[in-house]
Design a protein around this ligand. Structure first.
Ligand SMILES: Cc1cc2nc3c(=O)[nH]c(=O)nc-3n(C[C@H](O)[C@H](O)[C@H](O)COP(=O)(O)O)c2cc1C
Length: 175
């Protein structure tokens, strides 16, 4: 098993994938990581929509003008949703779940990338949230944070550069 120290260095955003589908067990393992992630007050109010239908994924990739197109190449898209009316930390909880899935995907040898949807949308003023709500029939009380595209990596990426880490952003005791 990959050590966490290696995993954090190896994880990079992957936006190109082969067309190979993801093993059902791997999909379950990725969702398991989300469901085990920490939440404010332990409220676990996130919801996830696992999308493997090519047509639906294509529609999701067009939910905003820029930055979501890579989803078209992904065999799997996981839509991460929170409920702002019951959870003032829904953004934090959903973010932690999303990134937990990204690390789990990496540990399985899969690539992933986050497509931001909250506060994003189309140039005509339609929010990505509204578009996705229409595509996936999402209940009114839920909001979309992001969509995580997952797939078999089309190519490897460089490890994170140990020398480029911003240690100057870390302060000890006082800023
Ligand atoms: C909150 C957040 C939003 C992001 N939104 C997008 C996005 O909409 N489209 C995209 O291609 N990448 C997106 N990314 C991926 C970042 O561009 C990527 O993590 C960053 O460039 C660092 O590269 P790395 O992940 O390879 O280390 C997002 C990442 C985060 C954490």
């Amino acid at each position: 098993m990959t050590r966490f120290e290696e995993l954090v260095q190896k994880r990079r955003s992957h936006r190109t994938f082969t067309q190979e589908m993801i093993d059902a067990e791997d999909v379950k393992t990725i969702l398991r990581a989300a469901l085990m992630s920490p939440t404010s007050k332990g409220n676990r109010s996130w919801q996830f929509v696992v999308v493997d239908d090519k047509l639906l994924i294509e529609k999701l990739s067009d939910a905003k003008d820029m930055g979501g197109q890579f989803l078209k190449n992904a065999p799997l898209a996981i839509v991460v949703l929170g409920n702002p009316s019951v959870n003032d930390c829904w953004v934090e909880d959903c973010s932690i779940a999303a990134v937990s899935m990204q690390y789990q995907a990496e540990q399985l040898g899969l690539g992933s990338c986050w497509a931001q949807m909250r506060n994003r949308g189309l140039s005509d003023g339609t929010s990505a949230d509204e578009v996705i709500r229409g595509i996936l029939d999402i209940p009114e009380e839920l909001s979309v944070l992001c969509v995580i595209g997952v797939g078999h990596k089309a190519s490897e990426r460089k490890l994170q550069d140990e020398e480029a880490l911003r240690w100057e952003n870390v302060h000890v005791n006082v800023f």
